[in-house]
Design a protein around this ligand. Structure first.
Ligand SMILES: Nc1ncnc2c1ncn2[C@@H]1O[C@H](COP(=O)(O)OP(=O)(O)OP(=O)(O)O)[C@@H](O)[C@H]1O
Ligand SMILES: [Mg+2]
Length: 362
């Protein structure tokens, strides 16, 4: 895994043109509200697959009234310089994100890039993780998995495609039995795989949270629990297929599928009894960041992956004790990270030599 050496933005969000060189480890972006701190973190996340950490509409990423944007970056991996170029422009009336790696746009190059870049990010709206919808929490867990397994989103997409296909088929008056059976077989196979991957990931994060707790770096004893009335550890293909078959009438009437990993939710229990949603705003934010740090710990120590951390507004809502715990933990990792905040002084707990960027002055 590598580090991002520099970035240059053209017609991207509020930046007409801007160039920044980064520190190998700690980069702190500070400045007034609206100066573009989140936009810069987002531009880094767009170097990877997709439309960045806010999953934005591509049109909103282009500087107002312009027609295209460019993001260029130098990425260093095993002492090699890799030139990443992103251009977003209209191709036959459709906005397209075009990525190249050392001026090569082949599938292999892009796959190499995607497997080389791993991001873990925190956005201010994630403070509400425990009080928002189950789909937001599923997405959160899936993004953590994706940071360590760049193929995982293919599995998720394949699953969604099959659910959709089954729904369409069920709407037909006289559907083909062997066709629906084939789709349900596929759903059951991929569904079980997703359940297994998520369940493993939750166990891993829980183990890493206890490690942090044992080291007294983190005051809560917290445990993530999967909430799913259909899933248990001895769910197998046969049970899955029977249940799918039995819910055809229901699914025909209500659409989608009554059962499966797209219905799971995740709870976090504190000290075995209090749900995370009962904690204060600052405590909830601390917990979300702890989960990210636990996942980071796992990626570095077990998977040998060094993710790049993009932590937006890491300090707001936190008292100085929690801020110190979180900043010191982040600082311990030998990885590159990017933190934002409105004031430079919020980051005094970081001991590493850091680069500070006043985004208001760019
Ligand atoms: N496509 C665009 N063209 C021009 N300006 C844009 C575009 N998209 C967003 N902006 C502007 O970019 C500005 C900076 O947004 P950003 O969220 O990065 O600020 P920030 O520094 O993170 O602020 P805060 O401290 O409030 O989080 C906003 O004022 C927004 O209106
Ligand atoms: Mg912001």
């Amino acid at each position: 895994m590598g580090i991002l050496k520099k970035i240059s933005l053209n017609n991207y969000r509020n930046f007409k043109s801007c160039k920044i060189s980064f520190n190998n480890k700690c980069n702190i972006l500070f400045g007034k509200n609206g100066s573009g701190k989140t936009n810069i973190l987002e531009s880094l996340s767009i170097l990877g697959k997709g439309r960045g950490f806010r999953n934005a509409n591509l049109l909103n990423l282009i500087y107002k009234n312009e027609k295209e944007f460019f993001i260029n970056s130098e990425f260093i991996k095993e002492d090699k310089i890799i030139d990443i170029k992103i251009n977003c422009k209209f191709v036959q009336d459709k906005l397209k994100k075009i990525s190249s790696v050392n001026d090569d746009t082949s599938k292999e190059s892009l796959e190499f890039l995607n497997s080389s870049l791993s991001f873990l990010y925190f956005l201010p709206e994630m403070e509400r993780l425990f009080v928002t919808s189950p789909s937001y929490r599923r997405n959160f867990i899936d993004k953590l998995i994706f940071a360590g397994n760049s193929n995982y989103n293919k599995t998720i997409n394949k699953y969604k495609k099959n659910i959709l296909e089954r729904s369409k088929l069920l709407q037909k008056y006289n559907y083909d039995q062997s066709w629906i059976e084939a789709i349900e077989k596929e759903i059951s196979k991929i569904g079980l795989e997703i359940y297994k991957i998520r369940s493993n990931q939750v166990d891993i994060i829980n183990d890493n949270l206890s490690l942090l707790n044992n080291k007294k770096q983190y005051p809560y004893d917290s445990k993530i629990i999967i909430k799913d009335s259909f899933y248990d550890s001895d769910l197998d293909n046969q049970k899955y297929l029977t249940k799918l078959k039995n819910s055809r009438d229901h699914d025909k009437q209500f659409g989608g599928a009554k059962i499966g990993p797209h219905k799971s939710d995740f709870l976090v229990l504190i000290n075995g009894k209090i749900e995370a949603s009962q904690l204060s705003t600052g405590q909830q934010k601390t917990l979300v960041l702890m989960i990210l740090i636990a996942q980071c710990n796992y990626l570095i120590n077990i998977k040998n992956i060094k993710p790049i951390l993009l932590f937006d507004e890491i300090c707001s809502h936190l008292d100085s004790v929690n801020r110190q715990i979180l900043l010191e933990m982040t600082d311990q990792f030998d990885i590159q990270f990017f933190l934002t905040g409105t004031e430079k002084s919020l980051f005094s707990f970081i001991s590493t030599k850091s680069n500070f960027y006043n985004i208001s002055e760019l």
